[in-house]
Design a binder for this molecule. Structure first.
Ligand code: ADP
Ligand code: MG
Length: 557
């Protein structure tokens, strides 16, 4: 590699040393989330620079708030974020798997296998897994869909709440599903989540239509209207602000009065335009001048001001309306339709409820404190993600490590067909997959190796018609058929974990030159590993996580 003069000034690590350094960072990162995996995984207490706290069991939340400095650690965090975006779940698994793939690759490097041979083997292995999924999947029934949504919540919230949230998530997903020429689409962002502090989390509910914590501009407007046209305005109905350097010369009182009158006429013209179009419901992003309240009321229009842009977008999707910058720009075709628009007082706060043809739903997250409301909100979003995916692609795989063990067994047979060093890499890939069942066992206080061996033995010798569904049931602390036990996950999540983790590991393997050496993976905020009582939200023990790389010793030749 040719020397670039500027690089001489910096400390660099190259070749094997660079790889070792990068893999150490990846392992340290995995170490930060390892204990959160699975239903008995523990929580992390995060405290940011401003002292705000959050308790979470979600891998990606921990990683994203950790603000790590190492570039390779950042790459793995990106993989986890992508996992979250595409599949909404499996974020911890993705990080654990990529770190394990790298760790196993390192051992091969020490035996003299070149990283490019490892990369080739890993690619073959991932492809072989993809093809093997077909013989492992089951088609999701209604009951299994519920099981999958509940599985995504295991360990995150208590079991009564898991069922409640899973049921609501499935209902919400159904409310937003659309049949399109290229297939079914269920977009979870079409479900609005409204948070309300106060009351119990079990009071969280789902309402058909869109609910906003808003009241109409004046109580004199109709409280409830049915089936009509809605106009959405990205601006407001207000007097234009005077330019700061503008001068108005007033010769007599009549001039000022006529100036004001003219301004009002401009505003009233806009209301007349709405009346001509037959609009009965109006939502603006900005203000609606007091001067036009009476005219709007007289015209029978129910109007709302200062509606958030995100809510206007949801309204636009639900009613098929188009947002316009100002009222005058509105034409017949920009208007949408609604079934009903209602105002109700809940817990002393006025709410606006709009029902539309296109359905849509609002989840109302409740809890006694901001933290519990946040937890309910995150859990609902996870279950909703799973439900939406299953409506789009109704295939499931067995959880509890069953799928990873079945894939590993398949890969070991597949590897025998390769004569070169790729064979070793494919076997290393198979070993890496087993990090999932191992970690699940470890977090449940079981011996990881014994549990793995027992489960593999059951898959090999059991006369269960679907041995590949045998995984480690953490609640029973023994291997069993995970599909029968209701521990199932969408195919899309597991497939994405595999693809994302392989991709991230391969990109790290390709790097052989790091322009500076970073020894530490520092949490800029504070991160505590906490043990929480299962029966209540009480924290039993907290241990601080810091300077993690220093604790990991890796052998070098
Ligand atoms: P991730 O962020 O990767 O989704 P989770 O903490 O949600 O991590 O854990 C998911 C893992 O827990 C999956 O592998 C799933 O199969 C497993 N799991 C969930 N419930 C059980 C159970 N009852 N027994 C065994 N494994 C389970
Ligand atoms: Mg999960």
């Amino acid at each position: 590699m040719s020397e670039v003069p500027i690089l001489k000034e910096t400390t660099r690590t190259t070749g094997r040393e660079a790889l070792r350094n990068n893999i150490t960072a990846a392992m340290a990162l995995a170490g930060a989330v390892r204990t959160t995996l699975g239903p008995l995984g523990q929580d992390k207490l995060l405290i940011d620079d401003e002292g705000r706290t959050m308790v979470t069991n979600d891998g990606v939340t921990v990683l994203e708030s950790a603000k790590v400095e190492h570039p390779v650690a950042k790459m793995l965090i990106n993989a986890s974020t992508t996992q979250d975006r595409i599949a909404r779940d499996g974020t911890t698994s993705a990080v654990l798997l990529s770190a394990e793939l790298l760790q196993n690759a390192w051992e091969l490097v020490l035996q003299g296998v070149h990283p490019s041979a490892i990369a080739r083997g890993y690619r073959h292995a991932e492809e072989a897994c993809r093809q093997h999924f077909e013989s492992l999947v089951i088609e999701a029934t209604e009951e299994q869909m519920m099981a999958a949504a509940t599985t995504s919540l295991s360990g995150k919230i208590h079991s009564a709440m898991q069922n409640h949230l899973a049921t609501l998530a499935i209902q919400a997903a159904r409310a937003v599903v659309e049949e399109r020429p290229d297939g079914r689409v269920a977009d979870p962002t079409r479900v609005k989540i409204l948070t309300q502090t106060g009351g119990s989390m079990t009071d969280s509910s789902l309402v058909t239509g869109l609910v906003l914590a808003k009241k109409r501009v004046t109580d004199r407007m109709p409280k409830q209207i049915t089936s009509g046209k809605i106009a959405l305005v990205d601006g407001g109905i207000e007097r234009r602000e005077m330019m700061s350097n503008m001068k108005l010369s007033v010769a007599n009182t009549g001039v000022l009065e006529s100036f004001r009158q003219q301004e009002k006429t401009v505003l009233l013209d806009q209301i007349n335009h709405l009346v001509d179009l037959g609009v009965t419901l109006l939502a603006c992003k900005e203000g609606i001048d007091d001067d036009v309240h009476a005219a709007l009321t007289e015209a029978g229009i129910q109007a709302y001001r200062r509606v958030a842009r995100s809510d206007l977008d949801l309204l636009a999707r639900g009613t098929n309306a188009t947002l316009k910058n100002d009222v005058k720009g509105l034409t017949e075709s920009d208007l949408g339709v609604f079934i009903s628009s209602n105002n109700e007082r809940w817990n002393g706060v006025m709410h606006w409820i709009v029902e539309t043809e296109e359905g849509g739903a609002t989840f109302i997250a409740k809890g006694s404190t901001n933290e519990t409301v946040g937890e309910v909100e995150r859990c609902f979003a996870d279950a909703l993600g799973v439900a939406c995916q299953l409506l789009e692609e109704p295939y499931l795989l067995a959880g509890g490590g069953a799928t990873q063990i079945a894939l590993a067994r398949h890969l070991r047979r597949f590897a025998e067909g390769f004569a070169g060093r790729e064979q070793l890499a494919i076997e290393a890939f198979a070993d890496a997959l087993e990090i999932i069942p191992r970690t699940l066992a470890q977090n449940a206080g079981l011996d990881p190796l014994d549990s793995l061996l027992q489960t593999v033995a059951q898959q090999t010798t059991s006369n269960d018609p679907s041995p590949h569904h045998i995984g480690l049931n953490i609640e029973r602390k023994s291997p069993s058929n995970m599909v029968d036990d209701g521990v199932v996950e969408p195919l899309r999540i597991t497939r994405q974990v595999l693809a994302g983790a392989t991709e991230a590991a391969l990109s790290v393997l390709r790097i052989d030159d790091v322009p500076f050496r970073l020894d530490i993976l520092r949490f800029r905020g504070n991160c505590f590993h906490i043990e929480r009582s299962r029966s209540s939200a009480r924290i039993i023990r907290a241990r601080r996580l810091e300077n993690m790389t220093g604790k990991l010793a890796m052998s070098t030749n």
